[in-house]
Design a protein around this ligand. Structure first.
Ligand SMILES: Nc1ncnc2c1ncn2[C@@H]1O[C@H](COP(=O)(O)OP(=O)(O)O)[C@@H](O)[C@H]1O
Ligand SMILES: [Mg+2]
Length: 498
């Protein structure tokens, strides 16, 4: 592609370079290929302009930056001046890799991005569409699963991937949009059909200077990245329970004349007023049941094989996205009964005497609290919520006592065990946790702890095994021993533990 086709009005350069062939775009001088446009960005630690010499040595033929490099570039090298180099990079990447699946949707919010995007892909798959997911879990596409965190990759990698997915016949993509990615203009070249907002909480404040800056980054998606024909999907608060951030997103959507689709998902009876997709959430054994009010083209009751209200709410936001993207509403809603939860998130690993055994990756105090809150309604009268957990070694030691306190306050029976002690003395980690839950049972061996807890289970109880989720190892010293909470549960149930 030539420079003049790669760049739009967001960038300026000497017209004599308009026909200069560009072989690739790169923001990293170390991996740059000859013939590339080098994009010099100001990073948090590093100024890209400091690497211009390296980029030229590697064969860059053009340099894009917000200000001119010093020393000046040789006369044969094109200088491209961009007022916002990150935005210009995103737009250039979109032109360089021009194919995009016809339907791309984004999910932003403090919590629930992975879940909503993962559910949206599953709904599309149930509708017979070729759909992909891109986010924290990696890429999931028909016949292809790549693991590794891809929560809003850099724009060149993102557009290369979208182009490849489109080339492989994928027509629908659900993407997690992190606030970092939005603040860094990584999604600006993507043509979105719809975008969802899940919620706003205090998170990532280490990166964003303030709650305002954090919200502003998320709002960019709705204010600037979405085009005017896109639909905004968002949860609707209940009377007296406004959801933080939702009013701001709605205000932007209204000001821009964007279509909106509001999701009302509530356990309250009667169902509060308002909302475009309205569902009452009820319990159904260890899973849930949705009742649509009004029914969706005749569909009224749908079983949802997921546990916990927040999962139901995420599933409905995903349904909203699929409907906003043109899915036939009754088919979308029917697809909810086939959803699988995100691996390791409130995963029903088994049951004993009807007491559910859940595996969840919660490994921080707030997450432990959230998982317990989600499971609490499933504990029957007279039943107990039992939690088995530990804390990792060589990591944030301050959270240990806090996790202990959460467990002591929120669960009826607490078992403290090991969770990747790494180089630390496991007993010392457990002792720190026990400082917050002095009444807990201590069983260092994680398999033994899980077996013991399963042995305790009676009808009406719920067991939460927290911390590992879908991990498949226990890190002791510098060795990773094969370990799976799921496998231990399955073996214990098969043997009739203890
Ligand atoms: N809608 C929600 N409301 C509140 N908390 C949620 C919601 N969805 C998810 N969570 C919490 O956030 C955790 C991470 O969920 P995930 O879908 O991975 O979100 P993200 O990708 O935004 O980090 C969950 O295990 C749960 O504790
Ligand atoms: Mg995520």
């Amino acid at each position: 592609m030539i420079l003049g086709e790669l760049l739009g009005e967001e960038a300026r350069f000497d017209p004599r370079f308009a026909t200069l062939p560009i072989a690739a775009i790169s923001a990293d001088s170390r991996t740059l290929k000859p013939g590339s446009l080098f994009v010099a960005m100001a990073g948090t630690r590093d100024d890209g302009l400091a690497h211009v010499a390296g980029a030229l040595a590697a064969g860059a033929v053009a340099v894009m930056a917000e200000r001119a490099p010093s020393p000046p570039l040789p006369p044969t090298i094109a200088f491209v001046q961009a007022a916002n180099v990150r935005l210009a990079l995103a737009r250039a990447a979109a032109r360089f890799h021009p194919r995009q699946p016809a339907t791309v949707v984004a999910v932003t919010g403090t919590a629930g991005k992975t879940s909503v995007a993962y559910f949206t892909r599953q709904i599309w798959e149930a509708l017979g569409l070729r759909a992909a997911y891109v986010g924290t879990l990696g890429v999931v596409a028909p016949g292809r699963e790549v693991h590794g965190n891809l929560t809003t990759p850099d724009p060149v990698a993102l557009h290369r991937m979208l182009d490849a997915l489109a080339g492989a016949g994928v027509t629908h993509v659900a993407l997690e949009a992190s606030s970092h990615g939005l603040a860094q203009y990584r999604l600006d070249g993507v043509r979105f059909t719809a975008a969802a907002f899940t919620n706003l909480g205090r998170d990532h404040l280490d990166y964003h200077a303030s709650m305002q800056a954090y919200l502003a980054a998320k709002l960019r998606l709705f204010a600037e990245v979405l085009d005017a024909r896109a639909t905004v999907v968002l949860p609707r608060g209940e009377p007296g329970r406004a959801l933080p951030g939702v009013a701001e997103v709605l205000a932007i959507a209204r000001a821009r004349g964007l279509k909106t689709l509001e999701i009302l998902a509530s356990a309250a009876s009667p169902l509060p007023p308002g909302g475009d997709l309205r569902a009452a959430i009820g319990m159904a054994g260890l899973a849930q049941a949705l009742r649509f009010e009004p029914p969706i083209a005749g569909m009224r009751d749908v079983a949802l094989p997921l546990t916990g209200i927040f999962q139901a709410s995420n599933a409905l936001v995903a349904a909203g996205l699929a409907i906003a993207a043109g899915g036939e509403p009754s088919a979308v809603v029917a697809a909810l009964s086939g959803l699988k939860n995100v691996p390791g998130r409130l995963d029903l690993a088994g049951a004993k005497h009807g007491a559910g055994i859940f595996v969840d990756y919660a490994h921080k105090p707030e997450a432990l609290d959230a998982a317990i809150s989600a499971l609490r309604p499933f504990v029957l009268d007279g039943g107990r919520l039992i939690v088995v957990f530990g804390a990792g070694g060589d990591r944030d030691a301050g959270k240990r006592v806090l996790m202990g306190r959460v467990a002591a306050e929120r669960a009826e029976l607490v078992v403290v065990t090991d969770d990747n002690p790494r180089s630390e003395v496991p007993g010392a980690i457990r002792a720190a946790i026990l400082g917050g839950c002095p009444g807990a049972i201590e069983i260092g061996d994680r398999a033994a702890a899980i077996r013991w807890a399963i042995g305790e289970l009676k009808h009406g109880d719920i067991l939460l095994i927290a911390g590992k989720g879908h991990e498949t190892g226990q890190i002791i010293g510098d060795r990773v021993l094969p370990f799976s909470d799921h496998d231990v549960v399955a073996a214990a149930l098969a043997e009739g533990a203890p």
